[in-house]
Design a protein around this ligand. Structure first.
Ligand code: PHE
Length: 457
């Protein structure tokens, strides 16, 4: 049993460092695809401010807590809880994380598949000379059909599985280190192009001028879910990674740096998208297709746009891969430890099962469009349940575990590397973990579910 988990542990850290792995997990479609569309759906500026508040007040403490649990437990999400709280039901937090990982992988691979398709379309120069209406129509035709989106989804899942079991992740990470700064550079260039388009100012206002009149409990929950999704927290991915972190590393620093990088990239994506949305007269609230209808328009208006477009979608697909492997890893680590499966078998089973659910997600944009529950299709339902319910609930239990269950001395030992680091922020951290974070997450979560109303009403 231990052998499997040690296999899992080796790959990431030894050579390329935990920051790289954790940032690779955090930075992905969540920043560039999901963030802009959720901001658009949720009304812009006010959402952004709330989101930033949640990142600082809740996101960083939850991330740090996951690292603490993982490094102290020296196991994956499930095993770490079992070790730190033997005989107690805390391991169920790990089980919940596995369920969430599974759901996220299913819908994540739909969008990653679209990204792969857009790599090919960029090569083929499909969007050259097209108006923004035509670009939108091309996207509509593509994502509502069955065959191509499914094909790309399966290809993406196969790539994820292949990396997980062949150990190529080392190679991938080596490249990621060089490639991700490129992605940032490209986003900066695109952002500059976007804000200099005619008619873009309204988009800048949309993103940065808060209008709190539209904020309701649904918007708060969307911001919380987006913060957790983007930081890869609440389901134990970073507990697993935390167990790879060396005893000499500063957990607090890592949490802050990864969160900062993740947030900057999301904002950059927002600055690239919204000015262009308004310049081209598109709808900011159009949903999950937003970047696929907006970005080709931007590339159009850029010198060298043909190449930019290819490079961008390739980099986005790679960013998606470094995130999806961290999601699959949660499931695989569980299967190898709990059911004693070999790594190959576990990966194979997990990815087949994710593909099965994923197929329904992909088809829910076309063939299965009519299957809905309270206005959400299959895709939306899985995304909502995993990102907005399971991740916050997981995060809540994680901070309660570190704030209330673990001994203060043990937590301090982990954060301060056995007293070798000065942690002046420790009392603040402890206060946040004990009171602020659990209360805030609980209020947002339960309020939006109507539970508070029911209790007080
Ligand atoms: N944070 C990743 C992204 O932004 C997605 C993810 C969610 C990864 C949850 C792991 C856990 O794309």
């Amino acid at each position: 049993m231990a052998k499997h988990s040690d296999d899992v542990r080796d790959g990431f850290t030894s050579k390329f460092g935990i920051i790289c792995a954790a940032a690779g997990s955090a930075i992905g479609l969540g920043n560039i695809w999901r963030f802009p569309y959720v901001v658009g759906d949720s009304g812009g500026g006010a959402f952004l401010l709330i989101y930033l508040g949640f990142i600082v007040l809740l996101g960083i403490p939850v991330m740090l807590s996951e690292f603490i649990i993982g490094r102290r437990g020296q196991r994956n999400a499930f095993g770490s809880f079992k070790r730190l709280a033997p005989g107690k039901p805390w391991y169920l937090v790990g089980v919940m994380g596995i369920v969430a990982a599974f759901m996220i992988l299913a819908f994540y691979s739909t969008i990653a598949g679209w990204t792969l398709h857009y790599v090919i379309q960029s090569f083929a120069n499909t969007f050259a000379g097209k108006t923004s209406t035509e670009i939108t129509r091309i996207f509509e035709d593509f994502h509502t059909q069955a065959f191509l989106p499914l094909l790309w989804q399966i290809i993406f899942l196969a790539m994820t599985a292949w990396i997980i079991f062949s150990g190529v992740k080392k190679g991938i990470e080596k490249y990621t280190k060089v490639l991700m700064p490129f992605l940032v550079l490209l986003l900066i260039i695109m952002a500059i192009r976007s804000v200099t388009l005619e008619g873009s100012y309204e988009g800048v206002l949309f993103l940065f001028k808060p209008d709190f009149s539209a904020v309701d409990s649904g918007v708060l929950l969307a911001a919380l879910g987006q913060a957790f999704f983007s930081l890869s927290i609440g389901m134990g991915a970073l507990i697993t990674y935390g167990s790879y972190i060396g005893k000499q590393n500063n957990l607090g620093n890592i949490a802050v740096e990864v969160s900062l990088a993740d947030t900057l990239i999301a904002i950059l994506a927002g600055v690239a998208i919204f000015p262009a949305v308004f310049a081209f007269g598109l709808d900011p609230a159009e949903g999950p297709g937003l970047i696929f209808t907006v970005l080709p328009n931007i590339f159009h208006q850029m010198p060298g746009g043909y190449f930019f477009s290819i490079i961008f979608f390739v980099l986005l697909a790679i960013a998606a891969l470094t995130s999806s492997i961290s999601i699959l890893e949660v499931v695989v680590a569980y299967l190898t430890e709990e059911l004693n499966l070999t790594r190959h078998k576990a990966t194979f089973m997990a990815v087949i099962a994710a593909a099965f659910v994923g197929i329904f997600c992909t088809l829910s944009f076309g063939t299965l469009k009519n299957i809905t529950i309270s206005e959400l299709g299959i895709f939306g339902l899985l995304d909502f349940t995993a990102s907005n319910l399971l991740l916050p609930l997981g995060g809540l239990l994680i901070v309660v575990f570190v704030g209330w269950y673990m001994k203060k001395k043990d937590v301090k030992e982990e954060v301060s590397n056995r007293g070798t680091l000065k942690v002046r922020f420790f009392d603040v951290l402890r206060f946040i973990l004990k009171f602020i974070a659990p209360v805030a997450i609980a209020i947002v979560l339960f309020d939006s579910l109507g539970i508070i109303d029911r209790l007080t009403g």
